[in-house]
Ligand binder design. Structure first.
Ligand code: COA
Length: 369
């Protein structure tokens, strides 16, 4: 049996693609979209222009407005609705295969999809609340994508909620070759349509180790607020060999710059959970340093995302779908970049199973008559 010593569990540190879009800077604690520090974007450009920066390298281009479309079968479970409806759009809109359409056509399809994916989440959230999504004339009053999202969902858009969502979406719009983006690129590399690539990416980020952690942060904050004993809470978690949600990162060995920006936003917006979160963060970082002295485990984006999304009164179970709304920009940019390479992604596996043997040696094989 041949062995390959290059095998890296979880592909950690393996360079799988070249990108001009973004890649977190491991030691520097800075995140740049096409060379622009996200600190220069938040509060200066709304999310839809950041979409233009990531997809077209042009801050004057905006993600388009969603076109009229009423998804047929929403359940109110936003991540599942988003994944299913995005795949269905490929059929509804007769999207072409990436290897058969031009780059311009793919770019247009991705714009339509990105805008519609936000609509699907807003409509699904309204359904979960048991209300009708707002009518088009109400939504048209919104000036930004975040405002229109809230108007569609709730029929109203508190400016603090708009700011919380816009900041969160910008901070999480793109982050290099994470699991969902890699998934999108793998699907795109097969020449599938953009709907397939985007819906596959939604599935990849619904797990707690990638996009679902904010949903688990607020219950931690609730528990710490109730007991007023963060030291004990953290110690008990680590004694049970559980992970503290919102800490640690596969790439960063310094503070996640998005956590820094979102912490500041949570404070500016007067989050009622700010003090508990800050105290839990202080205690958790100290405990993690003691627990794993050789592996820097810092606050990641999801800890402060949870607090900022809470300001906008986003229910816990909607957080993976909110993350997906943000990531439509990064996924679109990567799908286009992958299309331009024209190369199928097909890594190898190292076979470590049994050597050649007869079928009769397999458990449960019928005894030959
Ligand atoms: N709390 C406690 N211990 C942690 C930890 C956390 N949040 N994150 C990592 N560790 C520990 C692991 O238990 C592991 O210890 P071990 O070697 O004794 O088994 C060690 O640190 C290395 O962890 P590993 O899972 O190999 O790191 P990774 O690079 O694969 O993990 C994450 C990155 C994000 C998946 C991981 O830090 C994590 O699970 N964090 C909590 C979930 C979270 O916040 N997800 C959102 C990510 S943006």
């Amino acid at each position: 049996m041949s062995t390959n010593n290059d095998f890296k569990p979880g592909l950690e540190g393996v360079v799988a693609v070249e990108t001009e879009i973004a890649e977190p800077d491991r030691e520097g604690g800075v995140l740049r979209y096409r060379g622009i520090d996200i600190e220069q974007l938040v509060g200066h450009y709304p999310y839809e222009n950041v979409w233009g920066l990531l997809v077209d390298d042009d801050l004057s281009v905006k993600m388009p407005d969603p076109e009229p479309y009423e998804p047929a079968g929403l359940t109110g479970n936003a991540p599942a609705d988003l994944q299913a409806e995005t795949a269905r759009l490929a059929g509804e809109w007769k999207l072409g295969k990436l290897n058969e359409i031009s780059d311009e056509q793919a770019r247009e399809d991705l714009g339509r999809l990105s805008a519609q994916m936000m609509e699907i989440v807003a409509r699904s959230a309204a359904k979960a609340d048991g209300r009708e999504p707002a009518a088009d004339d109400v939504v048209a009053r919104g000036e930004t994508a975040a405002e229109r999202f809230l108007l569609r969902w709730r029929g109203e858009a508190d400016p603090r909620h708009v700011k919380a969502i816009d900041t969160y979406w910008i901070c999480t719009a793109e982050h290099g070759l994470n699991a969902s983006t890699f998934t999108a690129r793998i699907i795109a590399s097969t020449g599938a349509d953009t709907g397939a690539a985007m819906s596959g990416a939604v599935g990849a980020l619904s797990g707690p180790l990638h996009g679902g952690a904010p949903a688990r942060v607020l219950p931690m904050l609730d528990e710490v607020a109730r007991t007023n004993d963060p030291e004990r809470y953290v110690r008990d978690l680590l004694d049970r060999h559980e992970r503290i949600m919102g800490f640690g990162h596969r790439v960063y060995r310094a503070e996640d710059p998005r956590a820094r920006l979102l912490r500041r936003t949570a404070k500016e917006l007067g989050s009622p959970r700010f003090e508990v979160a800050e105290e839990l963060e202080r205690v958790a970082l100290a405990a993690l340093r003691e627990h794993k002295p050789d592996r820097p485990l810092e606050t990641n984006v999801e800890f402060w995302s949870a607090v900022v999304l809470d300001v906008a009164e986003i229910p816990h179970d909607l957080t993976p779908a909110m993350f997906a709304c943000a990531r439509v920009a990064g996924w679109s940019a990567h799908i286009l970049e992958e299309k331009r390479t024209g190369r199928l992604i097909r890594p190898s596996a190292q076979y470590v199973g049994p050597g050649e043997r007869p079928a009769s040696a397999v458990d449960g094989a019928p005894v030959p008559s």
